[in-house]
Design a protein around this ligand. Structure first.
Ligand code: B12
Length: 208
């Protein structure tokens, strides 16, 4: 088994204690950080499919998520870019009722690498909290909202519309597995991206 396949298998099996060493070994063996990340994201899809099929349950999803987060910690310094030129502050959070944060954390990492000063509000963030954070922080140029459940898509809409009502010119980007470009446009967001890499490209475009 290649090192990268080992990482993939460890995430799927939720072996959080072994993952950091395995990711480091994959890096040492010459695997690219992006390829290791893609492998871990693919593992989470497998985990999601197993959950849909009733083969695993919430606790197994949770330990797989914990493993992935530990792997991402090792990749973070490797993937970080030159952040000497700040593009401004970005407020990010997962919307109300939603506890998924792996995707959000990856977007935070990529936007930070792209040059944004990131304020991460965490998960289950009520719409008004995004507005408070804009008021409390300097030079906020972008709000990024994540939503992973079809049931929290209305909360995504509320977040965008609450921010826009308070700050009509504030740029808002949304994303998460159930979100489509059409839905993003429908709820009044300025941008959408399907993954963390393209989120950074889109975010830069929005504030240019
Ligand atoms: C891990 C996981 C959990 C963990 C989360 C732990 C954590 N710390 O995040 C736990 C166990 C807590 C969990 C709970 C639940 N989950 Co869950 N979970 C998952 C799983 C397996 C992986 C999610 C993930 O991390 N993916 C990997 C990351 C990298 O991908 P991502 O999140 O999509 O993010 C990328 C893009 O979407 C994008 N992106 C994300 N956010 C943003 C934001 C912006 C601005 C932009 C531009 C881009 C962007 O960039 C990211 C990086 O590339 C998915 C299955 C799946 N295939 O997604 C189910 C899944 C999302 N969960 C699901 C469900 C049903 C639940 C529960 C309701 C289960 C239950 N019965 O309790 C609860 C809900 C809890 C809650 N209130 O939030 C369903 C959702 C179905 C639906 N259509 O709504 C899924 C799809 C599983 C399934 N196949 O049924 N879950």
């Amino acid at each position: 088994m290649s090192k990268i396949e080992e990482v993939k298998a460890l995430v799927e099996a939720g072996k959080s204690k072994k993952i950091a060493a395995a990711v480091q070994e994959a890096l040492d063996a010459g695997d690219k950080a992006q390829d290791i990340l893609d492998a871990m994201v693919a593992s989470m899809s497998v985990v999601g499919d197993k959950f849909s099929a009733g083969e695993i349950f919430v606790p197994e999803m949770l330990i797989a998520a914990k493993s992935m987060s530990k792997g991402v910690e090792v990749l973070k310094p490797v993937m970080a870019g030159d952040t000497s030129n700040s593009l401004g502050t970005c407020i990010m959070g997962t919307v109300a009722g939603d506890l998924h944060d792996i995707g959000k954390n990856l977007v935070v990492m990529m936007l930070e690498s792209a040059g944004f000063d990131m304020i991460d509000l965490g998960v289950d963030v009520p719409a008004e909290k995004f507005v408070e954070a804009i008021k409390e922080n300097k030079n906020v140029v972008l709000v990024a909202c994540s939503g992973l459940l079809t049931t929290t898509m209305p909360a995504l809409k509320e977040a965008v519309q609450t921010v826009k009502a308070a700050f009509p010119d504030m740029k808002v980007i949304v994303g998460g597995a159930p979100v489509t470009p059409e839905y993003a446009a429908e709820i009044g967001a300025d941008g959408y991206a399907p993954d963390a890499g393209s989120a950074a490209v889109k975010a830069k475009e929005l504030v240019a």
